[in-house]
Design a protein around this ligand. Sequence first.
Ligand code: BGP
Length: 489
Amino acid sequence: MTQKHFPDGFLWGGAIAANQCEGGWDQGGRGMSVADCTTYKPNVSQKDYKAQHIITSADIEEAMKSKDTRKYPKRHGIEFYSHYKEDIDLFAEMGFKVLRLSIAWSRIFPTGLEAEPNEEGLKYYEDVIRYLISKGIEPLVTLHHYEMPLYLSNHYDGWYQREVVDFFVKFVDVVFKRYKGLVKYWLTFNEIDSAFRHPFTTMGIVEDRYPADKLEEVIYQSLHHQFVASAKATKLLKEIMPEAQMGCMVTKTLTYPENCNPANCLMAEKENRMNHFYSDVQSRGEYPSFIFKLWERKGINVKFEDGDLEVIKDYPVDFISFSYYNSKVSTADVAGKEVVSGNLSSSVKNPYLGISEWGWQIDPTGLYISLIQLYDRYQKPCFIVENGLGAVDHIEEDGSIIDDYRIDYFKGHILAIADAVADGIPVMGYTPWGCIDMVSMSTSQMSKRYGFIYVDLDDEGNGTYERRKKKSFDWYKNVIATNGDCLFE
Ligand code: BGP
């Protein structure tokens, strides 16, 4: 049997996002972002992902008056804003080849409307990027990761109003010109398919501002604006830095049928097709026909401006990036079946899989299947830019953190990637989510930890922010040092 190998130059690393790690929410001239309004929600069921994310107009009013950072944990994150050198040193010690990070739009244009960008914000990211490069770490930058200036949400209906496309393109133009020659890999919208799951986080849409029967149309219209903005950003990238590459970023919510009952198979097929809709537009450059039919049936009217379809067609992404945490199971007959949670989704329980403390099903084979599906569909290089296990970690008396559960999780998933690589699928890299503990996206908990590095901070915001290596730190360091070979021994 031939020994499996990861390709030379495989981009091992980790992923973080400004809204969950940066903090410094009122420093450096940053404006308020939608993420500053999300509260710590320990009591919301993991199965009710809608309730984890819902934000009302009254919640926003209250958040705008408050300076509290405990109630709004994303305002402090893990203070990467001031700790970035220490954190990057630790990433470099693990041997990272790449770090996925995001730029907070509100740090560059505090309301989104300013005539000139905020130099302090631009300088901050330049410092971070240059520091990464000085340590041999390639930056992979997401332009829009679950935050936008709150002002645009309040005054332009988030992504619903067309002008926001121009505001975003202006932001992107400034960023590309400033970081030209420094950043090779870019992503436009993080998990663009979250539009319906949490419209506020994804596109600044406050659901109570629209009649319930209009909401779906509002979201599709906003999504169209994001697709246009993504294509325009890709066009700019090709003009400003032809050597750089743009990726889309989708949540891979792989759905299995519960059994071979054709009704269940059809249901799963339709869910997978809907999951692929977003990358279909961004990668193939075309809306799939079933969406037009769906809009027709539902009386949804999405306005396209002249040139929209052309720019989407002419500027598809170069590679497919995605997050993968769990698979799902579909059945036409849910009655009496146990329901489990997942990343932004719920499903009936799959009896063949283990489950995380947060009820997410653990399925490494599903990652291999996802890579097959995405590569067969698009024939473009794939990049796994999020994957990981949220777990409660315990500090032993001697100060160590023995997170074998996390090591097992990663081992299974990296071996699944190796299977895909052995099939000839071009996988560019792997950036596990939350390579350093940070505030959870859905519930704003700190206790849901993903990192190789522990951060001393609890759910109530108490702690020293001290960083500490977990057992998985050295384990991952060895995986990178051997380019994955240690896993095949
Ligand atoms: C993805 C998001 C991330 C991240 C991750 C884990 O959907 O892109 O921002 O946080 O999920 O989710 P959570 O933090 O809610 O556990």
